[in-house]
Design a protein around this ligand. Structure first.
Ligand SMILES: Nc1ncnc2c1ncn2[C@@H]1O[C@H](COP(=O)(O)OP(=O)(O)OP(=O)(O)O)[C@@H](O)[C@H]1O
Ligand SMILES: [Mg+2]
Length: 245
């Protein structure tokens, strides 16, 4: 399988705080890859770096053969807007829905890269078919949705741009286990049927690794372990630190 995302030795700092140190990883097209790590490990920083929201101190990021972010030639890095247009969509931590907008208006916002109005309508209908609850609530303000429904909406909004790579920052955060299962089964379908490559960060390491072909473990801004998802599930260090075993 071809590599779609290549993170090459990146470092990120916030002032004097070093959040990522020499992180390298690869995501193959068509895979689900997960990143696990404790609070403050740098997981969100990594996803934000991929979409150009935080600048790199070192290293570079290549997407579909094109360098999209680089430290040394910052002026050659793409803007977040252009990165989205290249085919990467991020569902940020905490969802960041537009609470005073309706479900439909939120989906319209997700289609900002799409000009063709007929295509936007077609995609919205696909989202309503895929997440029937969103169809039923399309005219409601987003703040009236449950946390799980808001997460589904945030995913649907990201899919409106028909990304090749979907980045998910803790899709299960704050949700009941059954709802998290539900969201993960949707993620699997998006990956398998819509052929969207998925890179996800998740606190629920067991569920994340079970769903992933490959996984990385991030500690204090460094990758300390990487392997196939199933192998990580069986790894003693992972079991002890992340699986409560
Ligand atoms: N905007 C910021 N300014 C300064 N420091 C930041 C900023 N964002 C994150 N940090 C710091 O960078 C480190 C990594 O944070 P990050 O949010 O990437 O971790 P995380 O793994 O996503 O954590 P969590 O599981 O809590 O979401 C932390 O020490 C955090 O305090
Ligand atoms: Mg985070």
């Amino acid at each position: 399988m071809a590599q779609i995302l290549n993170i090459d030795n990146i470092s990120v700092s916030y002032g004097s705080i070093r959040a990522l140190s020499d992180v390298s990883m690869n995501v193959n097209e068509g895979d689900i890859v997960s990143l696990i790590g404790a609070n403050g490990a740098g997981k969100s920083t990594l996803l934000n770096a991929i979409v150009g929201l935080v600048p790199l101190k070192g290293g570079s990021i290549t997407f579909a053969g094109e360098k999209i972010c680089q430290a040394k030639h910052h002026m050659h890095s793409l803007s977040t807007d252009l990165i989205a247009r290249r085919g990467i969509a991020l569902v940020p931590e905490g969802r960041h829905v537009f609470a005073d907008m309706t479900v439909e208006e939120n989906l319209d916002m997700g289609a900002f890269t799409v000009r063709d109005q007929a295509l936007i309508e077609k995609r919205k209908q696909e989202m309503y078919d895929f997440f029937p609850i969103l169809g039923a609530r399309r005219k409601q303000k987003t703040r009236s949705l449950s946390g799980g429904e808001q997460q589904m909406m945030a995913i649907a909004r990201a899919l409106m741009s028909a990304p090749r790579l979907l980045l998910l920052d803790e899709p299960g955060l704050g949700l009941a286990p059954l709802i998290v299962q539900d969201i993960f089964s949707k993620i699997k379908i998006i990956n398998e049927e819509n052929k969207v490559t998925v890179f996800l960060v998740e606190q629920n390491a067991r569920l994340a690794l079970k769903s992933s072909s490959y996984g990385y473990v991030l500690e204090n801004g460094k990758i300390v372990l990487q392997d196939e998802g199933m192998a990580l599930l069986d790894n003693d260090m992972v079991k002890k630190a992340y699986l409560g075993a």
